[in-house]
Design a protein around this ligand. Structure first.
Ligand code: SF4
Length: 291
């Protein structure tokens, strides 16, 4: 496995230069990998959470949650977002198997740094909820260390998470990719209802939420769609601390080309200043703090 530094997050949080400047280290080094396990044993270990398939990890500041954080990018995603920046995370088998105990030991090594900065661990992807046993067991161990936990997800796999698992999540970066089923399906290939259900469960159990909405001209930018996203966010009440409006960009295009996957947004431009302003204003009019 080659070292996989990211240049963008899967969910388009930052441009490459800005993001790189905040990565302190990363890749997949330092984990003992269960290479010797046969396929059946691996599947069983995946089911129990003894191993997880990981694309990469890094240590960063103020990107995937508060403070200095270790962000772990899990492999595998059931959605196929037209604007995905990391299609190389879609297939779980393309990740590297990592032992639970190795991951927990890594977090333990950095725990003083996390505590001193108000940071912690973030699971991202791909779709982090595709490997619920591994992620939730790491979170349990992390909480026992007194370290902050954050899950970056679309919520599409709501059914994979029990309430007990949710109780170990301090903060969720929840992608609300569109405001109605039809647009959501066009954007992602999936369905919207599980995202709403997951957000409502998070709110009911006291987990804080940062909403992420990717603004793509001609795809997610209609006034009606943004209004519907804002109305969905209102359903989560005070759990929502802020909304991130993330402008579409083309930094992920080379990966689609490299993987020879037809890229639906080949010539799409990012949002204009005026469009960003209008969409931010729409969320603000619903009472949200918008970044
Ligand atoms: S949910 Fe999956 S397909 Fe969509 S942007 Fe994230 S990793 Fe890509």
């Amino acid at each position: 496995m080659t070292t996989a530094f990211r240049t963008t997050t899967p969910h388009m949080l930052r441009g490459s230069e800005s993001y790189r400047s905040r990565i302190l280290m990363g890749g997949l080094s330092g984990f003992e990998s269960p290479i010797g396990l046969d396929r059946r044993d691996r599947m069983e270990a995946l089911r129990t959470g003894d191993i997880g398939f990981v694309h990469s990890w890094d240590i960063n500041t103020s990107v995937d949650g508060p403070g200095t954080r270790m962000t772990v990018f899990m492999s595998g995603c059931p959605l196929r977002c037209q604007y995905c920046q990391n299609p190389d995370t879609w297939r779980m088998r393309d990740g590297s198997p990592v032992y639970l105990k190795a991951m927990v030991a890594k977090i333990d090594r950095y725990k003083d740094l996390f505590k001193a900065t108000g940071g912690g661990i973030t699971f991202s992807g791909g779709e982090s909820m595709m490997q619920p046993a591994f992620v939730s067991r790491v979170f349990r161990a992390t909480k026992e260390m007194g370290v902050h936990t954050c899950l970056d997800t679309s919520g599409f796999l709501n059914a994979n998470y029990t309430d007990e698992m949710i109780d170990d999540i301090d903060l969720c970066l929840l992608d609300v990719k569109s405001g109605d089923e039809e647009t959501y399906h066009r954007v992602t290939g999936g369905t919207l209802a599980p995202t709403i259900a997951f957000g409502e469960r998070l709110a009911a159990r006291g987990t804080k939420i940062w909403i992420r909405f990717v603004l793509v001209p001609g795809l997610t930018d209609s006034v009606e769609n943004v209004e519907n996203v804002a109305r969905i966010c209102e359903r989560f009440g005070d759990a929502v601390e802020h909304v991130d409006v993330l402008g579409f960009h083309q930094l992920g295009r080379p990966k689609w080309h490299e993987l020879r996957i037809p890229y639906p947004l080949e010539d799409r431009k990012g949002p204009s200043k005026e469009l960003r302003k209008r969409v931010r204003r729409q969320f603000q009019d619903h009472g949200f703090v918008v970044y």
